[in-house]
Write a protein that binds this ligand. Structure first.
Ligand code: MRU
Length: 352
């Protein structure tokens, strides 16, 4: 099993996802600033994984804060500590805007800091414990998503071909994955024939990461370019689409990697079920609909450059939104750790 974020030897080990599949490298992160940088540069990426990474980043930041405190945490020291911790939180919040898991995890860490009564050392310990809890919970959540997803998949054919977009796998979570969690559970139960992985321009998470994960586990995988999905559906090659999400509004509109929206439209046109698999920590109940979800724009070099090669002539303009929003009415069900729900029933999922 792949674990992209691991707490060991007093630091955080991250699998460097910018180097896969050609190189498997682990980066040791000791400081909150380095964690912020790792999230921005996508050494660690995927909504739940950046939540877990940011939680550890908060602990690293808490560890860096020096106060005069020794035995008891005096009121003034406590205030100073929390103010400095807010600065760490803001740095981590500024890394990537779309995935709400980042803000959710940082919020949980701040809550721990505010609610823990004791010395600085005790608050720091409580923060490490919360980060480890967020990590462990996400792993369990993904396994539950996988199992609920398996139950929600079409009953025929016996062995399904599932198309996915981007990487919502173990690499994008604490482990096991959301969309790929469903794939893994289907594979274990003998319900999966093959995965079709969209390459996912511009950063190629499908071609590089999803394909790598499948190969690690012997899951048959076919990589296609994004513009081939409709053709594959028309040819009857796809039985279901399962994708992850970065932020889901209360009405079920779901933001995910750019290209997900067009995939949902073509799935609908071919009468193919379209599932979004995500933990409830990805649902932002404060947003009534998807138009309120902030969409990250990334550097145009992701479009115009591959390695050292420049693809476009001078004088061209670029637009590089990293995510799009799939309207709820194109989604068959949202698969959470509490079960699969119609997109309009997310509150029921939360209350279950
Ligand atoms: O830009 P990325 O690679 O962080 O985008 C990742 C995705 O869009 C995933 O599908 C999403 O975060 C869900 S991961 C379980």
């Amino acid at each position: 099993m792949v674990y992209p974020v691991i707490w060991r030897n007093n630091s955080v080990s991250l699998i460097d996802q910018t180097r896969l599949p050609n190189e498997y490298t682990v980066v040791e992160i000791h400081r909150s600033e380095d964690m912020a940088q790792a999230i921005t540069t996508m050494i660690v990426r995927g909504a739940p994984a950046i939540g877990v990474a940011a939680a550890y980043g908060m602990y690293l930041g808490a560890r860096e804060i020096e106060t005069s405190d020794s035995e008891a945490l005096l009121q003034a020291d406590r205030h100073e500590f929390l103010t400095k911790l807010e600065t760490v939180a803001n740095l981590l919040r500024s890394t990537r805007p779309t995935a709400v898991n980042l803000f959710w995890a940082i919020g949980r860490m701040m809550q721990t800091a505010y609610e823990t009564v004791g010395t600085v050392a005790e608050i720091q310990q409580a923060l490490l414990a919360t980060a480890q809890k967020i990590n462990a919970e996400d792993l369990q959540t993904c396994q539950a998503i996988g199992d609920h997803g398996l139950a929600a998949l079409p009953k025929s054919p016996d062995k399904l071909i599932i198309l996915t977009h981007c990487n919502a796998g173990a690499l994008a979570t604490a482990g096991y994955g959301t969309a790929l969690g469903v794939v893994r559970s289907a594979w274990k139960e003998g319900r999966l024939a093959r995965v079709y992985a969209d390459e996912t321009r511009p950063r190629l998470q499908g071609a590089k990461l999803t394909a790598w994960e499948c190969v690690q586990e012997g899951i048959p995988v076919t990589v296609i370019t994004d513009n081939m999905a409709a053709h594959c559906m028309k040819q009857g090659l796809i039985d279901a689409v399962v994708v992850g999400a970065d932020r889901i509004a209360a009405n079920g509109d779901a933001a995910n990697k750019i290209g997900t929206y067009s995939l949902a439209i073509v799935a609908k046109a071919h009468n193919i079920p379209f599932f979004v698999a995500a933990p409830l920590s990805t649902v932002d109940f404060q947003l009534t609909d998807g138009s309120q979800i902030p969409i990250e724009e990334r550097h145009p070099a992701e479009i115009y450059q591959i390695g050292e090669t420049i693809l476009t002539p001078p004088g061209v303009e670029f637009y590089n939104p990293a995510f799009d929003v799939t309207p709820a009415d194109l989604i068959t069900a949202i698969i959470t750790e509490n079960g699969a729900f119609p997109p309009g029933d997310l509150l029921k999922a939360k209350e279950k």
